[in-house]
Design a protein around this ligand. Sequence first.
Ligand code: UT7
Length: 321
Amino acid sequence: MYGVKLLSMGKAVPVRHMTNDELTQFVDTSDEWIKSRTGIEKRHISTGETTTDLAINAAKEALERSGIDPRQIGLIVVATITGDYIMPSTACQVQAAIGAENATAFDIAAACSGFLYGAKLATDAVRVGSCEYALVIGAEVLSKTVDWEDRSTCVLFGDGAGAAIFQKHHKNNIINIYTQSNGGLSECLTLPSIPLKNCCVEQETRSPYMFMDGRAVYKFATTVVPMSIQRVLEGTSYTLDDIKYFILHQANARIMDSVAKKLEVPTDKFFKNLHEYGNTSSASIPMALYDLQEELKPGDPIVLCGFGGGVTWGSMLLVWE
Ligand code: UT7
């Protein structure tokens, strides 16, 4: 078994930045409601940038910062629920765009936990020696999946991508990763794919948009996240007090405050950038870690925690280098 290090990161967002006030043109909402219920102030919305474009741009930045040759990358995992194609995968399109000709590339769908699921696969692969470098990307254009007449969802989400390159290393910085799912709760957060419409069935019977039972997801998140964070620390030499920052999936500032309270951890240890980006699903954790980079010092222990549709969740304990 080898050690694994987080080598470099990249981020990409669409150019268009949309404020809460601008959303009042589409739905009956207010800056006050959105800010007080979620903490979101703005989000980036695609005016043509695709999920693939964002994934490629984030990957290119991570690659540039890594200093490695793209042909050294052995694995590319893209976590997305908004790929431009079901086939080819977004990961294969990234592979072609960056020239990672020796990689195995595929997408995974684990919604807002997607980056952590991808990171688990990638770091496991590096750890056992299947590859030396693995690229994991969370990329979403969620603005194409929401009903812009449904105020309960369209105000929450934004578009963006974050990328990370993991490297085989003599030291191990990825201390622990843990993921889990509960398909029994799947109906609280859904996004349909291609509807059944063929020579036998003519009627489309379901809405094409994202559905979220916000209260049910809130309850799930505030229950599972503290448990998930404690679980990833179990069996390690780290305690909650040792952790410099917690980066949760950026869904709602109130979820972070509730988790901080349950764990009895100061809220300022919970990094937030959702005021700028809204909820970007699988992209939110790598985008947040990217934005926090400047403040991190070598040796800082950090916990990442994702939760979302499926339902899925997971946490990573890493030591910044
Ligand atoms: O990324 C996947 C994970 N997702 C999450 O973690 C989301 C978890 N859930 C949440 O963050 C919260 O449940 C929401 C932010 C989605 C909603 O907040 P809430 O405090 O649970 O509000 P609610 O759904 O209970 O709605 C309260 C009221 C309702 O009106 P009535 O029935 O009380 O008259 C809604 O119709 O707020 C109304 N409402 C709005 N009002 C203004 C819902 N959306 C809006 C809106 N603007 N955009």
